[in-house]
Design a protein around this ligand. Structure first.
Ligand code: 5GP
Length: 211
């Protein structure tokens, strides 16, 4: 029986390393599809249009909002970020588990629209380690690093809204931990209604036939 994929929302402080975790998860397991967001932020060195993000100007972003082309969008440190609708819907219908790597305002909007979505928060082992990772990336100015640390402090207030919390101490462990919690989510009875109904029908038919 074919299952509809799960929508998985992954958030975590910027610079914590969740992008690396997601890339590794997708390389390792074939059933995940990573949504590519649209943003008005300028590309960082090495980022490719259509791969890291769809990089657009503000006018194009606002047109897409009006055309209802985004599942959700939010403003983050002066830029717009949003999730294009078509890819997510296609992939879920094809049975893939679709991962959205988005910040907390967007995560809460997704939960409202898709109550079935699994919300996962990935956290670094300490605040010091977050600062170290943000600085080590070497792509941001001190001003941007400070803004992102301030934003992390705000985002930490919302962690209880998530279904699951995973600490990203070790890449290998974090990837396997993610995969196991998603696999467990597939086993919930409310995600297997058709299979349960089918079992009930078959059981009843057998019970009746045996009388
Ligand atoms: P960055 O500029 O570091 O790539 O991303 C900044 C923040 O925006 C990160 O927390 C990232 O998860 C979030 N983000 C990326 N894409 C989206 C999106 O489509 N929607 C929302 N709401 N947040 C996003």
């Amino acid at each position: 029986m074919k299952h509809k994929g799960i929508l998985i929302v992954v958030s975590g402080f910027s610079g914590a390393g969740k992008g690396t975790v997601m890339k590794e998860l997708i390389n390792r397991y074939p059933n995940y599809a990573l949504s590519v967001s649209m943003t008005t932020r300028k590309p960082r060195e090495g980022e490719k249009d259509g791969v890291s993000y769809f990089f657009v100007d503000k006018a194009k972003f606002e047109d897409t909002i009006v055309a209802e082309g985004l599942i959700e969008y939010a403003q983050y440190c002066e830029n717009y970020y949003g999730t294009p609708r078509a890819y997510v819907e296609e992939q879920m219908d094809a049975g893939k588990d679709v991962i959205l790597e988005i910040e907390i305002q967007g995560a809460l909007k997704v939960k409202e629209k898709f109550p079935d979505a699994l919300l996962v928060f990935i956290m670094p082992p300490s605040a010091q380690e977050l600062k170290r990772r943000l600085t080590a990336r070497g792509t941001e100015t001190q001003e941007v690093i400070d803004a992102r640390m301030a934003r992390a402090a705000e985002e930490a207030e919302g962690i209880e809204a998530y279904d699951l919390l995973i600490v990203d101490d070790d890449l290998e462990e974090c990837v396997e931990h993610m995969h196991s919690v998603i696999s467990a989510a597939h086993c919930r009875p409310d995600r297997n209604k058709a299979m349960i109904e089918n079992m009930r029908k078959e059981l009843n038919a057998l019970v009746k036939g045996e009388k």
